[in-house]
Design a protein around this ligand. Sequence first.
Ligand code: FPP
Length: 244
Amino acid sequence: MTPDSQQLPTGTRVAIIMDGNGRWAQRRGVPITEGHREGGEALHRTTVAALDLGVSELTVYGFSTENFCRDPEEVAGIMSLFMELVEREAPIMVERDARMCFMGRRELLGDEIRERMRWAEELTAGGSSMTLCIAFGYGGRAEVVDAVRAAALEPGGVDAIDEEAIRRHLYRPELGDPDVIVRTAGEQRTSNFLIWQGAYSELVFSDTLWPDFGEGDLREVLREYAGRERRFGGRAETPPAVTS
Ligand code: FPP
């Protein structure tokens, strides 16, 4: 272990908005799908780095509900890259005792993709070193709507809905809130990503285009996060008690 990595926090929940594939491709004069392909390589590098650096949960924004509005050829390219990526990464996750899961509206996706997701989740279900969660067909507002609808069907109906009831019905209630949300490629907004879970997350913006992102950038994120003082609206470094 290098002296540098000894100073980095472990057990951190990191979420990443992987932005900049299009600009990366445009700057090289190559088709956008090449940018997404390199984005897939960056996701592999970053996942391995996260495992090596002791990150506990890595949640990435792979495809938003809004991304369906893009050119059909680009959408089809991302879908097939996603299938390849899941097939390639799941066995690596098993080797590293890690788990892979997904969040989003699966009904918006094709049967083959849903089947691939189910396969990867089952294959990696026993992993305990880290969880890689890929938000795919995901929108934060859609997630809250889906959670509220599900909570309203519980005994007590709408009168019994409180923060805890909504949390229980998020797509991945077993995951914690991200400690830090990163966005690459210089944009400074969260674009409908983890809007419930990210209420108290630290935000880190990186100028690196996602296809160029890797271990050094992740180290930089963790270093920056380690220097932040978290108060959760109060004075202590612990989350506030749940209110209704
Ligand atoms: C944002 O870049 C990226 C996406 C919309 C897709 C994310 C896809 C990958 C990282 C590739 C492989 C991984 C999965 C999970 C499919 P952009 O195209 O919006 O970039 P721009 O803002 O520069 O145009």
